[in-house]
Ligand binder design. Structure first.
Ligand SMILES: NC(=O)c1ccc[n+]([C@@H]2O[C@H](COP(=O)([O-])OP(=O)(O)OC[C@H]3O[C@@H](n4cnc5c(N)ncnc54)[C@H](O)[C@@H]3O)[C@@H](O)[C@H]2O)c1
Length: 424
């Protein structure tokens, strides 16, 4: 096992690598889809000669993706897509045992975070892999010189896809991107069941509160919000949903939740969870109406969903109650509690999504990287959905790994379903 590390890297402590290795192997057991892709990649080397710079949450699951890409022949550099989500032991293991350039330290300051992004780009990637579009943004702004060498990229999350689509619409996107988030086998499972479980996990680890009986306000009833609401209800909470989209609000009502505006929910909620991808979803006037003891958590990509600058201005004093819980005492004596600095609570205070769901998201990432190598020349500077065949293949591989068989259309049925003249 290699121990001398000469390649560029910046991780907390290489001595954590043994623990990281064990936890990466633990996650691997729950990632059979990715494992089957890794086996094929190791044989066929579809990424030979390709440099990939990935800006993802540096977790044990991401480590399994990075190892898969490396087995496929890629030279991988990795930095964090959030300053609080890095698992230092996993980062150490990738550097020491896999000779990968990793630039990520849990709790890194703003400047370090951005210098780590710089370092990842200095790897001179052919492919960028993003979770929130920070790497793409950097390659289109301060470090434009690196965009030239990039043939294409992939994007993991809703917020990143929104940013990239607006770049494509404005005609400024310099290379094609595949929106991994758009795959059914990504958002229907990762955003819903992954975020649902891990968000509640993060809140419980941070606070140790009993969820049963709480009034939990979920802002946003998209893929993440649906999962969070479902899991909060499963734990015995009374769930209130806030939305701006009338159809999604209706869906929440018919799924059995109460729906009201944040202005009304603020006065009744005990625990607030934002998952909208929007900014200032919980704003100054809402803090002014909240009950003392209210807990504020975010699971959306950026820490902009809770208006922390206003909360800070309203507070007469602040103190850290326990790791990831900060008390904001108002001048009227009420105390509001912000979890994990308003950053993704599931990745900051817990470990992010369980490996079995990241299995599908990262299977999409690996297959999309391969697709990009084969097809980048034919693609325009646009944001593309994950090819349907890849999405279906991931679902099939996952079912296979679960030992689940499904029916197949008979020839007669296929004809019936595909022909407008049948059934008349
Ligand atoms: N925590 C995680 O691990 C994780 C995982 C996946 C996605 N995300 C992030 O979570 C966020 C949501 O993702 P999604 O896939 O659920 O997106 P989505 O587009 O499916 O849902 C977002 C919902 O929020 C609603 N919304 C927007 N502004 C609102 C407001 N002011 N008040 C109430 N509702 C509002 C929208 O109408 C929409 O229904 C994104 O930032 C995404 O990047 C986080």
């Amino acid at each position: 096992m290699p121990t001398a590390v000469s390649l560029p890297h910046d991780v907390k402590d290489l001595a954590l690598a043994d623990a990281g290795k064990r936890r990466i192997e633990w996650a691997e057991q729950f990632m059979p889809t990715l494992a089957s892709i890794r086996k094929r990649f190791a044989r066929q080397k579809p990424l030979k000669g390709i440099r990939i710079s990935a800006c993802l949450h540096v977790t044990t699951e991401t480590a399994n993706l990075a190892i898969t890409l490396q087995q496929g022949g890629a030279d991988v550099a990795l930095c964090a897509s959030n300053p609080l989500s890095t698992q230092d032991d996993a980062a150490a293991c990738l550097v020491r045992d896999y000779q990968m350039s990793v630039f990520a330290i849990k709790g890194e300051e703003h400047d370090t975070y951005y210098s780590h992004l710089d370092s990842a780009l200095e790897h001179r990637p052919h492919i960028s892999m993003d979770d929130g579009a920070d790497l793409v943004t950097l390659a289109h702004t301060k470090r434009k010189e690196y965009a030239k060498g990039i043939i294409g990229g992939t994007e993991e999350t809703t917020t990143g896809v929104i940013r990239l689509r607006s770049m494509a619409e404005e005609g400024v996107l310099k290379y094609p991107i595949i929106a991994v988030n758009d795959a059914d086998t990504k958002h229907m499972f990762d955003n819903r069941y992954g975020t649902g479980q891990s968000t509640l996990d993060g809140i419980m680890r941070a606070t140790n509160v009993l969820i049963a009986g709480l009034k939990v306000v979920v802002a946003g009833y998209g893929w993440c919000g649906r999962g969070i609401a479902l899991r909060a209800r499963g734990l015995g909470a009374h769930v209130i949903v806030t939305e701006v989209d009338p159809t999604r609000a209706l869906e929440a009502i018919m799924d059995g939740y109460e729906v009201m505006p944040m202005s009304a929910a603020a006065a009744v909620g005990n625990l607030f969870i934002t998952a909208t991808g929007d900014k200032n979803v919980i704003a100054k006037e809402n803090f002014q109406n909240m009950k003392s003891g209210a807990l504020l958590a975010n699971s959306g990509h950026f820490n902009a969903e809770i208006d922390i600058p206003s909360l800070t201005k309203l507070a007469k004093s602040r103190r850290i109650m326990r790791e990831f819980v900060e008390e904001f005492r108002m001048s009227d004596g009420r105390c509001l509690y912000l979890l994990a600095d308003g950053r993704l609570v599931n990745l900051s205070a817990a470990e992010g999504h369980p490996a079995s769901v990241m299995d599908m998201s990262f299977a999409n990432q690996a297959l999309c990287a391969e697709y990009m190598v084969k097809n980048a020349r034919k693609l325009e500077r646009k944001v593309y959905s994950v090819p349907h065949e890849i999405d279906r293949m991931v679902a099939r591989l996952k079912l296979e790994s679960m030992g689940v068989e499904i029916d197949e259309l008979t020839k007669e049925q296929a004809k019936y379903l595909n022909s407008w003249s049948e059934g008349t």
